[in-house]
Design a protein around this ligand. Structure first.
Ligand SMILES: *[C@@H]1O[C@H](CO)[C@@H](O)[C@H](O)[C@H]1NC(C)=O
Ligand SMILES: *[C@@H]1O[C@H](CO)[C@@H](O)[C@H](O)[C@H]1NC(C)=O
Length: 152
């Protein structure tokens, strides 16, 4: 994964600039190419998830991979509304879909005030009978104070 610290520092200096650097893992031969999003702490990031548009908005589940192959729900949208009860409390007031985009097939999730502990693997899933993984991505959140400690 290649990017310059200069770009990161620039985005640190402009926290209002909700510019997530979208990066891809290197080799084309790699089968598990995972989209990587780098954000600085405090930002609102858009985790992209695009599927084909349909009149019937599908159920949408965003999960964050936990330890021991478990995962927690970062957002669950079912039958036309958010299912709060299923959402992990750490994501309360933090995650949202863009409701007017859903019928365009844009199932992207907004996450506000990202913190280093929000880093991890996220999946956008359509949890129908046959679970359909649309996107898997890795979020890296870097706090500016700790930038020097990050080893690339
Ligand atoms: C991350 O840390 C904040 C406090 O700094 C806490 O409120 C939040 O629940 C933590 N999130 C996770 C995913 O552990
Ligand atoms: C999805 O919606 C977000 C927020 O409106 C927008 O920024 C993004 O460009 C959209 N993505 C696509 C592929 O339309």
């Amino acid at each position: 994964i290649y990017y310059s610290q200069t770009i990161l520092c620039l985005s640190c200096m402009n926290p209002m600039l909700t510019l997530a650097l979208v990066l891809f893992t290197g080799s084309a031969a790699s089968v598990d190419t995972v989209l990587k999003i780098v954000a600085t702490a405090g930002e609102t990031v858009l985790l992209p998830c695009i599927t084909t548009a349909s009149n019937d908005v599908p159920p949408v589940e965003w999960t964050k991979q936990g330890t021991h192959s478990s995962s927690v729900i970062a957002f669950l949208y079912r039958d036309g509304c958010e299912t709060f009860e299923m959402k992990d409390p750490v994501f309360r007031y933090k995650t949202n879909l863009i409701m007017h985009e859903l019928h365009h097939g844009n199932l992207s999730m907004l996450m506000s005030n990202v913190q280093p502990n929000d880093s991890g693997i996220y999946q956008c899933v359509i949890p129908n009978k046959k679970k359909q993984v649309i996107t898997t991505l890795e979020l890296w959140t870097i706090s500016c104070e700790h930038l020097g400690e990050v080893i690339f």
